[in-house]
Design a protein. Structure first.
Length: 384
């Protein structure tokens, strides 16, 4: 019988990273793909991105509705509770041999907790990473402790997962999935991209993604206002905004961005772009600005600069293409000047991505296919 591999996805960015793995499993003669779609994918507000999944030829086995209309701490907490109920029903029905979870989202945390009760082994992707400005930091390490197989992106992350007491024999250094996806996509040229987006690019282009800052002292609203103040002074720059994730206060960010775009003709906002359009925008841009992990994970491979604002990504490995900025107008404006400078452009030409090269998806699936599952569910704490 084929080994049943169940994969969960709740966001557009997460799906992009998982897409290579999904494709390999789908075409495997030894594996059966089971796909659970949840979270932002099922929200009209965020573009019903489950349709991207279907258009890519993947069968969705279960759609688990979890999102409340509120993004307050109470609303997110209720979403987690609803998620556990939905995932319990889905896993009870699908009965997978392995559950694959990526990263640090609350959806993945809820799924991991449920899988424990069903005694389903968990394969965790991108564990061991640090994001000190996010509550997701705790979710990620908690998922690591509930998981049985670990696929990490860099040697530092390998060491950190081992430090958490995981079996070194079950920690695999495979590289970053973001790097993997860039090599697999045929990027759209600049002219075609402008036609698809309905935008005529100015002299320069900046891709802007700003997510909630769940653990920072200053609020997301305060930080975004400082960013928009700096961006509002850029007259010859096309600004392409993408929506934030469904974290606490996400809708406040969306409202402020929409108001800014309505008053600035050089600014445009998209609830969702899809992997191909987003990476193509990144490839033709002069850089990315905000606090998204994309600036650290994918931008270095395309040799694009990234202005990383605040502490949301603090602790992650960074390439020489990353400019760190305090979440205030003066610091952000200074970072933009550096980004556009000839000296920094010279640095970009020599940038290397600390998350390695491509091939991660194939390595992961090969291990999922061949590893013995006997006794995997019974873990021991491995002291350093």
């Amino acid at each position: 019988m084929k080994r049943k591999i169940c994969i969960l996805t709740g966001t557009r960015a997460e799906y992009g990273l998982l897409k290579g793995i999904l494709g390999i499993i789908k075409n495997s003669s030894d594996l059966e793909l089971q796909l659970i779609v949840t979270g932002m994918h099922l929200s009209p507000e965020f573009g019903l991105t489950y349709k991207f999944v279907q258009n890519d030829g993947f069968h969705i086995d279960r759609k688990v509705e979890i999102l409340m209309s509120s993004d307050t701490p109470v609303g997110i907490s209720k979403s987690m509770g609803i998620a556990m109920i939905g995932f319990a029903e889905a896993l009870d029905d699908l009965k997978p041999d392995l559950l694959v979870l990526l990263g640090d989202r609350f959806e993945s945390f809820a799924a991991a907790a449920v899988a424990q009760l069903f005694r389903i082994p968990i394969a965790h992707l991108h564990g061991g990473e640090i994001t000190e400005g996010l509550v997701d930091e705790a979710y990620r390490h908690s998922i690591t402790k509930m998981s049985h197989l670990h696929f990490v992106a860099a040697p530092t992350y390998y060491d950190r997962v081992a430090q958490l007491g995981e079996d070194p024999e079950h920690i695999y250094l495979v590289g970053g999935l973001g790097v993997d996806r860039i090599s697999a996509i045929k990027l759209i040229d600049k002219k075609s991209l402008q036609d698809k987006l309905g935008i005529t690019f100015e002299k320069r282009v900046l891709l802007v993604t700003f997510h909630p800052v769940t653990l920072d002292k200053s609020s997301a609203l305060e930080q975004l206002r400082e960013l928009l103040k700096a961006l509002g002074e850029l007259n010859d720059v096309t600004l392409i905004f993408t929506y934030p994730n469904t974290d606490t206060d996400g809708r406040i960010i969306i409202d402020l961005i929409v108001k800014f775009v309505s008053k600035n003709k050089n600014a445009h906002v998209f609830s969702t772009m899809g992997e191909e359009l987003y990476l193509s925008c990144l490839a033709v841009s002069d850089g990315v600005i905000g606090n998204s992990s994309s600036g650290l994970l994918e931008a270095p491979t395309l040799r694009k600069g990234a202005i990383n604002i605040g502490d949301r990504q603090k602790g992650r490995l960074q390439a020489s293409s990353v400019i760190n900025s305090e979440p205030n107008y003066l610091s952000i404006s200074s970072a933009i000047e550096i980004l556009f400078s000839p000296e920094f452009q010279d640095i970009l030409e020599k940038t290397k991505n600390p998350y390695g090269s491509d091939g991660a998806s194939k390595k992961i699936v090969n291990i999922l296919k061949n590893i013995s599952l006997d006794g995997l569910i019974k873990k021991k704490f491995h002291d350093q």
